[in-house]
Design a protein around this ligand. Sequence first.
Ligand SMILES: C[S@@+](CC[C@H](N)C(=O)[O-])C[C@H]1O[C@@H](n2cnc3c(N)ncnc32)[C@H](O)[C@@H]1O
Length: 401
Amino acid sequence: MLQHGEESMQAVEEALQRYDLVPKTRQRLEDSHEAMYESLTSMKALLEDGGLVPEFHQMFEHSPLENLSEYYHHILRDWAWDDQRSQYFATHVNDENLKRIKKVWLKQKPEFILALGAGAGRLSWDIHVNFNPKLTIATDINPVLLASAIRLIKQQRPLTLPELYKYPQIGFPHAAKWKMKPANDPDAKRDSWIALGADVWNMPLKPRSVDCIVTSWLLDVAGGDVRDLIGVITYLLKPGGQWINTGPLLYSPSLPFDQKYSAEEIKQFASLAGFEIKKENIDEIAHMASPINARFHHEQIWSFAATKKYAEEDLPYPKKPTDDNWLTPGWLIIHHLPVPQLHFACPHEHDLVEKVFSLVDGKRSIQDISYSLQALMPEGIIAKEAVVALFAEALEFMGTE
Ligand SMILES: C[S@@+](CC[C@H](N)C(=O)[O-])C[C@H]1O[C@@H](n2cnc3c(N)ncnc32)[C@H](O)[C@@H]1O
């Protein structure tokens, strides 16, 4: 990101050397250069504040930057734009985001709230102040966003960041500089709010340790299959805990089409994983509506509250292919659920089949089994896919036996 920023600044510097500029073009280029310089310097300072020194790595040389730059605007949406009254919301966008959460919130008083993919932290903070748990952990994988949250919430230090648009909007400045105030901190609530840099697919938290998980604008952009994200949520949530989701289903373009699930499909996954959806709402809202831009997104938002009704081992599903109502079993679809003990005698001798079935103990899931088998797989074979196919064939065989 820094490298791209420096290249863009250089291009503007070269353009400024030209003799054929009208004063207004020169002004626009100079303003843009200043905004680019300030945003790069501020981001570098934010990372250094957190002890992170940028280093070039070839692996990321060709990484696309769209999301990073989009998420930069999330810092402004969370902490800057509310400075002015919004023309799209009754008061401000962040009030509206919290209202949507309150509308579906169940009458529970969680002690430990976990916000996954919390971005620049505003919603996690507003939820923390409103619902007053003993602990809120806001996690994200993007250090720039987390560092902004830490600075404004935890350290109570202001932050100045510029906003810059490439395309002119008539009647709007193309750049602005926002001085963001630290978060309001009634009763020093920041002591029990913690930011944690973590990948949602590798969470450093104990299973069944969380009372409430919030996923805001994450389901569709977490970089994986929603079924697996539901697996992570189930893994972390205590039985009886609540899962609050809000956001659109605007999947990342890189996600395969078969994984661009509808709300109805996600509800089926949630139900298979032992969740009961108790409240839900659909809203249409203006998204990323900056006071210095005429353009914004119009999005459909799905918000719901679900409770983890069953612990994984108590799921009331048929356990044997001979049971009535035996359809595709939940554990074959939601790969973190325990595989029940199946008594399958393979008609042919087969090492992999034997190995897989030797790992079935009524507790391990397809996720666990394939994790321990991946190293044994021939190159190019994804253990999970092989294990799912193998179980499916075994079940079919057992059903027709
Ligand atoms: C669309 S933003 C939403 C941010 C915030 N929750 C909100 O409601 O504004 C998605 C967030 O998820 C984070 N994210 C994406 N993949 C992640 C992963 N694998 N682990 C943790 N965070 C992730 C991104 O860094 C980004 O902050």
